[in-house]
Design a binder for this molecule. Structure first.
Ligand SMILES: [Zn+2]
Length: 237
């Protein structure tokens, strides 16, 4: 009698557990989960692209500072050009101009490289963004399907839960506590009828030590299996 209610509880709860497992494994759940991951990876990709764009912006600021310097030097040369007095001086300015032109060409090349990099980034960004949006829309549909499936299951789950709640009040708190912790560890059935002639746990089949067997002598006795922690009990009816 001592274990009647907990066994009844276990029977109802096993049905509930199976429903929960079904829901967790269902196609709807998997699909929603896969899409969620797709969205997450698109978001990560966008973050990466944003960081790359930021780098480009920094280097373009550096270029414009360099170009500004060159323009300033050119202005200075322009001011002096009328005052050139000899060939050596002229050669000096011509050399300076040559250097500046080289510098400008180098910057132009680097900017060109950066421009095509910027194009790549923006293409990638647009593509990733579109993928993310598509995944997002698909996710919404998948989530709706999932919720519909859960709602359908809720009709089955609700009466089971109500029954469990009622039964819980009639079970010794210590036994209920043990049951719940085993359920949490996905060890179902949690309560296992022990046959007094056996020396093994009826579930994991481990040979029980003497002190466990000592606790399983008469109807109403119970103990936890030292291996799988399940509650072994001697039925009292
Ligand atoms: Zn066991």
């Amino acid at each position: 009698m001592k274990f009647d209610k907990v066994m009844e509880y276990q029977e109802v709860d096993t049905k509930l557990y199976a429903l929960e497992q079904d829901a967790a494994k269902s196609q709807e759940t998997n699909r929603a989960f896969a899409l969620k991951q797709k969205i997450q990876s698109a978001a990560e990709q966008i973050k990466k692209l944003q960081a790359e764009a930021m780098d480009l912006q920094n280097s373009s600021e550096k270029y414009s500072a360099r170009v500004k310097d060159i323009i300033k030097s050119l202005e200075e040369i322009e001011n002096y050009i009328g005052e050139i007095e000899d060939e050596t001086e002229a050669e000096h300015y011509i050399k300076m101009l040559g250097n500046m032109i080289e510098n400008l060409e180098a910057i132009e090349k680097e900017v060109g490289r950066d421009m095509s990099k910027a194009d790549d980034i923006s293409n990638n960004y647009r593509k990733t963004f579109e993928q993310g949006q598509k995944a997002n829309a698909e996710f919404k549909t998948a989530r709706a399907d999932y919720e519909k499936m859960i709602a359908a299951k809720a009709d089955e789950i609700k009466p089971l839960k109500a029954k469990l709640e009622k039964l819980a009040k009639e079970i010794e708190p210590e036994l209920l506590e043990l049951y719940k912790s085993l359920r949490e560890a996905k060890k179902l059935p949690a309560f296992v009828r022990h046959d007094m002639t056996s020396r093994q746990c009826g579930r994991c089949f481990m040979e029980l030590p003497q002190d466990s067997l000592e606790k399983l002598k008469k109807p109403g006795d119970w103990t936890e299996c030292p291996n799988c922690r399940r509650v072994l009990f001697i039925s009292d009816k």
